[in-house]
Design a protein around this ligand. Structure first.
Ligand SMILES: NC(=O)c1ccc[n+]([C@@H]2O[C@H](COP(=O)([O-])OP(=O)(O)OC[C@H]3O[C@@H](n4cnc5c(N)ncnc54)[C@H](O)[C@@H]3O)[C@@H](O)[C@H]2O)c1
Length: 276
């Protein structure tokens, strides 16, 4: 890995680090000899994940710090920042990756909507606010990776709470990258990681899904290319199919179609022809 971020002794902070994509990212970063700060709300899972990552680190347990944190709590994020400063100093990589899959309906109690936004959107905002100003101040090349979702781009019916949060993360991260790019002397870049269908959270692996390690391969290749949008395929959906689905969703606006027309009925044949 020739990217200047992935060097021995540089520091990565990863939220949602106990499981899935976050855990796979930590393992990879530890293998590069980075200091890895693992952040998760699940304290006992975090403890065993820390041991796993310490074993994977080329620099042993001293290069791994686990900080139980609810990313929805801005004070906890500030305490996390203080703990990272005290242990390792400046951060080279911030991966805002924690998410909840809370669901709810349009008409019932709105509490799950608020809770999901607190984690899936405000958790990202708090991470950026706490860490990025100092990342900019170091003058060293550094990256922010926010984990989005195809659901935040194409908005499939099913779990609108999740789609709304991921759509907000997409919009926020796009504007963040614009802000960083137009800040003189800034060497921090932001990136939107968009995993495909990935086996995580202790679920059984299904044919068609990717494994978290494949997502990390795609992430590293995207960073190496300098891509902002790092959209992962899986064994069911190719890059080209994703491209067509994203275009179809944008065409709902430009072609004056109903929203979510892909799932509308009435457009099935046209969509099938478009997808190819
Ligand atoms: N797995 C997929 O198919 C898929 C697809 C698209 C996007 N994603 C995104 O990838 C990211 C990682 O998810 P995953 O699939 O690896 O799931 P996962 O469930 O394996 O990991 C998510 C982790 O986030 C932690 N977390 C949840 N709420 C938290 C909070 N308030 N504070 C701190 N940590 C919290 C969980 O404890 C868990 O360890 C998420 O942002 C998810 O939305 C996943």
């Amino acid at each position: 890995m020739s990217h200047p971020i992935f060097q021995t002794g540089r520091t990565a902070v990863v939220t949602g680090a106990s499981s899935g994509i976050g855990l796979a990212a930590c393992r990879r970063f530890a293998g590069f000899g980075m200091n890895v700060v693992m952040v998760d709300i699940e304290t006992s899972a975090l403890q065993s994940a820390q041991a796993d990552i310490a074993a994977a680190s080329t620099r042993g347990g001293d290069a791994v710090l686990a900080v139980p944190t609810d990313v929805a709590d801005p004070n906890a994020i500030d305490a996390l920042k203080a703990a990272v400063d005290a242990r390792y100093g400046p951060v080279a990589l911030l991966m805002n990756n924690a998410a909840t899959r809370l669901s709810g309906t349009f008409w019932d109690d709105p509490t799950p909507w608020r809770q999901a936004m607190e984690v899936n959107f405000w958790g990202v905002v708090s991470g950026v606010r706490a860490f990025v100003p100092d990342m900019m101040a170091t003058g060293a090349q550094s990256v922010v990776i926010n984990t989005g979702s195809k659901q935040g781009i194409t908005n499939p019916p099913g779990n609108t709470i999740y789609n709304v949060g991921k759509s907000a993360v997409k919009t926020y991260t796009e504007a963040l990258q614009h802000e960083l790019r137009r800040t003189e002397g800034c060497r921090v870049t932001a990136h939107l990681l968009v995993p495909g269908w990935t086996t995580t959270g202790g679920r059984a692996h299904q044919p068609g899904a990717w494994l978290p390690d494949q997502v990390i391969d795609e992430l590293l290749a995207g960073l190496e290319r300098g891509s902002f949008y790092i959209v992962c395929p899986d064994d069911e959906t190719s890059h080209e199919e994703d491209r067509r689905r994203i275009l179809w969703a944008a065409h709902d606006i430009t072609e004056d179609r109903p929203p979510l027309s892909r799932w509308h009925g009435g457009y099935d044949e046209e969509f099938a022809r478009f997808e190819g």
